[in-house]
Design a protein around this ligand. Structure first.
Ligand code: ADA
Length: 568
């Protein structure tokens, strides 16, 4: 299941999810040949989607693995295979031919197989979850480097002229929305085609008759119109509009919601009204499913967030699944979405690496393209905890922020700094996120007050004084069930005390526009005997969750809920 709604009613689609053959690659399986015979008969099966790091025998496996399935083509047709998420490198082979590859586990890609013959076809994917100093995330990340086909694989049958993409832009004037709908058509035919194009949503019907699509070419067209008396999308008031685009015999259905987002001084305005953001950071991870997080649990996570009194969640630290973002749209919950930058505080060489930068820019492109229409997303996060005191960080920031702004001017651009007092990239952003752990890594919780004072004076110096600030990470570890008479480190009491005292400091500061607690639920972390990192991650988990990994509430959850649900 990819979305909460059907994206095509005319285009035939089917999921290839299910049991696939699976083998790990100890390095002896050639990249381009020899692999097919390597699947022993009766070879091990894995469920797609899933992560191999949740299964016996491959629990800690980092490296390459091969997946195989078969699909039938009832008649010769153009086939498009859509891969929603493969961690991290994927090479796709159909009937022994290499037909595509992709880097980046949290955004989709697709391959098109024009005029694929009728009959049974073999689909093999080489998946590699190896990470290094130039991957996103890098090999030092505070989460487990899961591998696998973690999101659905869909097969689509395309007509000769198909809808490749659409983009809905709008300007709001009172309760009227002026719409520009850009549609990109592509031809897989050897002949020119004429197609009728239409688009329909509540209160609007647009069309273009007889669009010429030359053989094998692409055509882009824009349909325009206005919708009057729109219902605005808002926190807790999720008015959504479904747009159905039809071109010849093909269709593409998507949703959006109309709302404005802007900054006024140190306030964030949604639909012209000041909002105070209250939320948590959330990994899309579970001990049983890894990053192949099941839809049923997503719904439960939304219920928990709502119960806690959150109006925003940060998708730490990667583009989360479309199903999840659809649910946020449907529940009127805001989202900060970002790409998987983790571990870059260690080395400025990484920040300066051209491959790293190119990968980051591609991921931003894929994230924004995929998620452009979700009204819940108000922030694009450019990066997390890089060394923003350096020129390398400044250059990377210019490239990333430039990319984001070139694709989307309807949202705010933010990031999370761990060096607020010395940061030199502040002026490039609309909103500043600060990650600080007073009460855990650094002294007592009272340290937040002097840090904020120093940040404000640095921001003035950098020409960024007065920008909205979000406390994007703060927290403490609390092992579920560990309580005592004294607020001991790692106890639920200590965690609850730290988080609530921090929240009270932030809520008293009028320049702070919101808080995102680190974090929603405990997550699995790589704690390895040969490496120095994450030695304080008891149980090999990041235990700063307000809930444990099975979504059982800790004391901090109950106290945060009281605060988040009270008047500020
Ligand atoms: C960082 C980071 C998080 C997490 C946290 C922690 O701020 O962004 O992913 O690792 O610290 O628990 O230390």
């Amino acid at each position: 299941m990819i979305r909460t709604f059907q994206q095509h009613k005319l285009r035939p689609t089917r999921l290839l999810d299910g049991l696939w053959d699976f083998i790990t690659d100890a390095g002896d399986i050639g990249k381009n040949e020899g692999w097919a015979s390597q699947f022993p008969s009766g070879s091990r099966k894995h469920v797609v989607p899933s992560c191999w790091n949740n299964e016996l025998g491959t629990y800690d496996y980092i490296g390459a693995a091969w997946y195989r399935t078969y699909f039938d083509n009832v008649q010769e047709s153009h086939i498009r295979l859509v891969f929603e998420g493969i961690l991290h490198h994927a090479d796709v082979y159909v009937d022994g031919q290499h037909v595509g590859d992709h880097f980046g586990g949290f955004t989709p890609f697709s391959v098109i197989l024009p005029k694929l013959a009728q009959g049974k076809h073999e689909l093999v994917i080489r998946v590699d979850n190896t990470v290094d100093w130039q991957t996103l995330p890098t090999d030092i990340a505070d989460w487990h480097s899961y591998g696998g086909i973690v999101r659905s694989v869909e097969l689509q049958e395309l007509p000769d002229v198909y809808i490749d993409s659409k983009k809905i832009d709008y300007q709001l004037k009172g309760d009227t929305a002026d719409i520009q709908l850009q549609v990109e058509l592509k031809s897989l035919s050897k002949e020119d085609s004429q197609v009728e194009v239409s688009a329909v949503t509540e209160g609007l019907s647009l069309s273009a008759s007889s669009v010429l699509v030359a053989a094998g070419q692409a055509v882009s067209l824009t349909l325009q119109g206005s919708i009057e008396q729109i219902r605005r999308w808002d926190i807790g008031a999720p008015a959504l509009y479904t747009f159905t685009v039809q071109a010849g015999g093909d269709d593409l259905i998507d949703r959006t919601g109309f709302r404005s987002v802007e900054v006024q001084g140190s306030d964030i305005l949604l639909n012209g009204r000041k909002v105070y953001l209250q939320g948590v950071n959330r990994h899309e991870e579970h001990p049983e499913w890894g990053f192949a997080f099941p839809p049923k649990l997503m719904l439960k996570d939304i219920d928990i967030l709502t119960d806690m009194g959150c109006n925003i969640v940060r998708g730490s630290h990667y583009p989360q699944s479309q199903f999840w973002i659809d649910l946020l749209d449907e529940h009127g919950m805001l989202l900060w979405s970002e790409i998987p930058m983790w571990g870059c505080f260690m080395s400025v060489e990484t920040l300066a690496s051209p491959i790293f930068r190119e990968r980051g820019v591609n991921m931003l492109d894929e994230m924004i393209t995929r998620d452009y229409h979700h009204p819940s997303i108000i922030f694009w996060g450019a990066h997390n905890e890089i060394d923003t005191r350096t020129e390398e960080a400044l250059e990377l920031t210019k490239a990333f922020v430039g990319k984001i702004r070139s694709m989307d001017s309807s949202r705010l651009v933010t990031y999370a700094t761990m060096h607020p007092e010395e940061d030199i990239v502040l002026s490039h952003f609309d909103v500043i996120g600060i990650n600080k752990y007073y009460g855990w890594y650094e002294g007592s919780v009272d340290g937040f007050s002097s840090m904020l004072k120093n940040y404000y004076s640095n921001a003035e110096k950098q020409g960024a004084g007065g920008k909205p600030v979000i406390m994007s990470e703060f927290g403490a570890a609390g092992i579920f069930g560990d309580a005592g008479w004294e607020p001991r480190l790692f106890s639920e009491d200590y965690q609850a005390d730290t988080v609530t005292r921090a929240l009270n400091i932030f809520r008293d500061d009028p320049r702070i526009a919101g808080t995102l607690i680190w974090h929603f639920a405990d997550i699995r972390v790589d704690v390895r005997s040969d490496r120095p990192y994450f030695r304080d991650r008891a149980r090999s988990f990041n235990n700063k969750g307000l809930l444990n990994e099975y979504r059982k509430p800790k004391l901090a959850y109950r106290l945060v809920k009281e605060i988040y649900r009270s008047e500020r």
